[in-house]
Design a protein around this ligand. Structure first.
Ligand code: NAI
Length: 475
């Protein structure tokens, strides 16, 4: 068995970049080259300002880059030299044709397979790291087989990535598990063992689990579906809380103490975002439908529908609370990333909420600690700042809040918790509102300052008497 000495990863994104950086750090004897067709991305990886923000990532890149970690647009030589190739390209939801809006578009994965077959002159292990539909590896195998040069053979493995943005370095360094799916043949087992031995440089052997390729592919989709389902479940309960006077934080605490359920992912909020949950569940829904499993498809679709409902409810609540009109009112949006500790805005609920407020005629003052100004304008379909007369982006939260009617918390950034809200209140128009879409602030303290506070899963400013009144009226 020949050990893995050189690894090439296609795709220098949120997965390829951090994964290969940690791999290079943990395996000093392996040379890791991350390639991408985007010159901009590669230049950013080679600069002092990385294209993505992840706590702890910059230090690792600085330590390994130029030693055993390289970023390049020169794909062919890197592929030729590699013993093992990761495919970490994006697999977005199809925007046209059959399966539009739901199926995963595998065109980038396919073009990687074609390029590998075209240029490689010796046998390699090809690892599918992108999240793909079940049986996608079969397509990769077919493309490779139909185009392979004489004397060359490939083993295709599934090795889905479970890192979460915002905690990528920690997730990669201490994974709950590493999943490797492959063929059950001797060649398959050898390939699985080779990839395992790479991970064993830092991951305990018992956490590296082997299974058949299809189980591995499906496990990734299923894991994301289960995680998102927990969020939609607690968000569904939050609506019941608002209608009854129960408090979703108290309910979540009670549920989470059940050792069969556990406390994680029970935080009600404005809704989930990110590039993966929605895309992967839609993919699962589409696969189920294609297999004529209509009830299965409907079951998982509801997880997405509940998320849409939650975002809509929050947007409507803001308008209602502000006397049913926000036309020409200025509103501060705090947080634009889909969650804390990332600059990623893909599918961020902040986009939905902001668009809703703009449609209702409000002017927005937006602040996020990590999202670039240009990204926010792009997400809100504003070509440039001139056109974006009703969207102003600030690099200071206190400046953003000045002269506005309301603060809307869309991302759970830690720094939001410790702001001087008295100072903000003093500079705002009255009555001043706080809409805490992430349930992170001290609502009692804000109320004491004078804010009208609304949050998810709890009735606003509700006194005990009012609750009794509601009870007496049979609600
Ligand atoms: P991304 O969009 O950040 O990065 C993908 C990169 O691949 C881009 O830089 C793009 O230029 C490059 N690329 C696309 N086609 C190419 C080609 N033919 N040749 C060379 N480069 C090419 O995507 P991200 O977020 O890294 O996701 C990658 C995959 O990993 C997806 O399947 C995703 O579902 C999965 N995943 C994502 C996670 C996340 O938190 N973002 C977590 C776990 C899995």
């Amino acid at each position: 068995e020949t050990p893995i000495r050189k690894i090439c990863c296609i795709g220098a994104g949120y997965v390829g970049g951090p994964t290969c950086s940690v791999l290079a750090l943990k395996c000093p004897s392996i040379q890791v080259t991350v390639v991408d067709r985007s010159e901009l991305r590669i230049n950013q990886w080679n600069s002092s300002k990385l294209p993505i923000y992840e706590p702890g990532l910059e230090e690792i890149v600085q330590k390994c880059r130029g030693k055993n970690l390289f970023f390049s647009t020169d794909m062919v030589p890197a592929l030729k030299e590699a013993d093992l190739i990761f495919i970490s390209v994006n697999t977005p939801t199809k925007t046209f044709g059959l399966g539009k809006g739901r199926a995963a578009d595998l065109k980038f994965v396919e073009s990687c397979a074609r390029l590998i077959a075209e240029v490689c002159e010796r046998s390699k292990i090809v690892v599918e790291k992108s999240t793909v539909p079940v049986r996608a590896a079969a397509s990769i195998v077919n493309i490779l087989k139909a185009n392979t040069k004489p004397g060359v053979s490939y083993q295709v493995l599934s090795n889905p990535e479970f890192l979460a943005e915002g905690t990528a370095v920690n997730d990669l360094t201490n994974p709950d598990r590493v999943l490797i799916g492959g063929e059950t043949s001797d060649d398959g087992r050898r390939a699985i063992a080779a990839l395992s031995s790479v991970y064993q440089n830092w991951v305990p052997a018992e956490k590296i689990i082997h299974m058949n390729t299809w189980s591995s592919e499906l496990s990734k989709l299923a894991a994301n579906a289960f995680l998102a389902q927990r969020i939609s479940s607690i968000n569904a309960i939050s609506a019941v809380c608002e209608a009854t006077g129960a408090d979703v934080s108290e309910v979540a605490k009670a549920i989470g103490l059940d050792s069969r359920l556990g406390p994680k992912f029970l935080q009600a909020s404005v809704g989930f975002g990110g590039s993966c949950f929605q895309k992967d569940i839609l993919n699962l829904v589409y696969i189920s439908e294609s297999l004529n499993l209509t009830s299965v498809a409907a079951y998982w679709q509801q997880v997405i529908d509940m998320n849409e409902y939650q975002k809509m409810r929050f947007g409507q609540r803001i308008v209602q609370a502000m006397f049913n009109t926000i036309t020409d009112k200025h509103i501060t949006v705090l947080g634009f990333a889909f969650k804390k500790n990332t600059g990623d805005t893909r599918e961020s609920p902040a986009i939905y909420v902001s668009k809703h407020l703009l449609e209702e005629g409000a002017c927005l003052h937006i602040y996020d600690p990590k999202v670039e100004k240009a990204q926010i304008l792009l997400d809100l379909d504003q070509q440039d700042e001139k056109e974006a007369s009703c969207v102003s982006i600030f690099d200071d939260p206190y400046e953003a809040a000045k002269g506005t009617h309301a603060l809307v918390i869309c991302t759970e950034w830690d720094q939001f918790i410790t702001y001087d809200y008295q100072r903000m209140y003093d500079s705002m128009l009255k009555p001043a509102f706080v809409f805490d879409g992430r349930k992170i602030l001290d609502h009692a303290a804000l109320t004491k300052i004078g804010f009208h506070v609304e949050t998810i899963g709890k009735r606003p400013g509700q006194s005990f008497q009012e609750q009794n009144w509601a009870g007496a009226n049979g609600i």
